[in-house]
Design a protein around this ligand. Structure first.
Ligand code: EPZ
Length: 419
């Protein structure tokens, strides 16, 4: 398993490009199952989770190809099976996103129940609730979700809890259903809007994506399309925090400044000078130590849970005491234990972390536990004194494209040690 060796090395400076959004690319790749035609994508990030999704589609008989960097094509007309096996699903929960499209287009799906993961139980009960409301027969046998439906029927579906992939699964189920579907208390993330835009290009009839109520008029068939995946706001936000934690100045390019509002507000509260342009965001700490910020995670448009760990790392170095409350997942403070090994001062009380900032932390061996926790450890390490060794960096490769190269170009000293 690869490791990172990181030498703390002063303020970052320069420009870095955002890659395509992992959490938009994954559902959109699965949308290829809705057509007997070719879906052609660009700006698809080179991530482990994208490779896993391609494997999942290919083992179903979908013709997948990568005709060039960031390009992806899929044609599901020759699909041979509607089964998503445990071996692949256990490595990536987002595999559950094949359920809605398979059921909508093929009338059958057998998807292994995704296990829990480091950050929580991650149930899929709301996905199944919605599909049942649309007339699917669903049984759980041998760790598999077995779903059948001759043709799904439009329904009014209310989500007790806002769920991103739940909204995506039911959006993809509804586009081929008979009649109108209304998704109430739907997730509003930019990745949902990107999926809806791609489905619309394929001929779907959708209104309200990006709001809490999405209305879909089912159609008989969809067709192939070309779609460019939006920039990754979480990868981009991570690089902006890297600028702040090292007291540097970084411009993030090829991004969407409007998708990171809550993060930019918090960076300004931390003392950063933030400026934006049409497709760029610049954070300039002007050499100053950050100031502690308080935050609590919420569904979009609130502060994103996927940026919580990164801001905990920032607060570890800030002037003052910051409180961080995680309201989305029940176990998303795994990075705290590892940050303590670098000398951080963090006290966990239930779903709240109280972080007393330190002028400097000291490098030490630490272990990555989940995707965004790993990013937080990288951020703490590039600002620390001395050397930090991070084990299990495969977690970070799931969601960050060549992170050591991108941060290295900004002045960070990160060496990947292949084992
Ligand atoms: C998506 O996960 C993202 N993953 C996560 O990003 C992100 O952290 C999360 O949304 C929240 O924004 C992808 O898009 C591939 P949820 P998802 O369903 O859809 C509960 C990353 O780092 N819930 O919105 O699995 C659930 O337990 C990853 O890129 C139910 O109770 O999250 C959680 O408490 C990590 N029943 C809350 O809803 C359900 O059926 C939100 O989860 C579904 C969810």
């Amino acid at each position: 398993m690869d490791k990172f060796l990181i030498e703390g090395n002063g303020p970052l400076s320069g420009e870095v490009e955002a890659s395509g959004a992992k959490n938009a690319a994954l559902p959109i790749l699965c949308a290829s199952l809705l057509i007997d035609d070719e879906l052609r994508l660009s700006n698809v990030p080179a991530l482990h989770d994208v490779i896993t999704t391609k494997k999942l589609l290919a083992q179903m008989g979908v013709a997948v190809s990568s005709p060039g960097p960031g390009l992806f094509a899929a044609n599901a007309s020759g699909i041979t099976t509607c089964v998503a096996p445990y071996e692949l699903v256990k490595t990536m929960r987002a595999s559950i996103l094949v359920l809605g499209p398979l059921l909508a287009k093929r009338g059958h799906a057998e998807v292994s129940l995704p296990g829990g993961c480091a950050i929580g139980a991650r149930p899929v009960d709301l996905h199944l609730m919605g599909l049942k409301a649309m007339g699917a027969e669903i049984s759980l046998e041998g760790g598999f979700i077995n779903a059948r439906a001759s043709r799904l029927k439009g329904a009014r579906i209310y989500f007790d809890t806002v769920t991103v992939t739940g909204t995506e699964n039911l959006l993809m189920a509804a586009v081929l259903a008979d009649g109108e579907t209304v998704l109430e208390n739907a997730a509003r993330e930019p990745e949902i809007v990107d999926l809806a835009n791609c489905l619309t290009a394929m001929g779907a009839k959708i209104s309200g994506a990006g709001t809490g109520t999405i209305v879909i008029q089912g159609v008989r068939d969809l067709h192939g399309a070309d779609h460019r995946v939006i920039p990754d706001r979480i990868e981009g936000g991570t690089f902006l925090v890297a600028a702040a934690i090292t007291r540097g100045k970084v411009r993030l390019t090829r991004t969407d400044p409007n998708a990171l509002d809550p993060v930019l507000v918090k960076l300004q509260q931390a003392g950063a000078k933030v400026s934006t342009g049409e497709d760029w965001i610049e954070v300039d700490m002007q050499g100053r130590r950050p100031t502690s910020v308080n935050l609590h995670t919420m569904a979009h448009p609130g502060f994103p849970t996927d940026m919580q760990a990164q801001f905990m790392a920032l607060d570890c170095y800030a002037e003052g005491v910051g409180t961080i409350r995680e309201t989305i997942f029940e176990n998303r403070f795994m990075h705290a234990q590892e940050l303590l090994r670098l000398g951080a001062d963090i006290r966990i009380e239930g779903n709240t972390a109280i972080v007393t900032g330190r002028e400097k932390l000291k490098g030490a061996p630490v272990m990555a536990t989940d995707l965004r926790a790993s990013a937080a450890l990288v951020l703490a390490a590039i600002a620390a004194e001395g050397t930090t060794k991070i084990d299990r960096v495969y977690h970070i490769d799931r969601g960050y494209e060549h992170i050591e190269t991108k941060l290295g170009a900004l002045g960070a000293r990160i060496e990947r040690v292949r084992q």
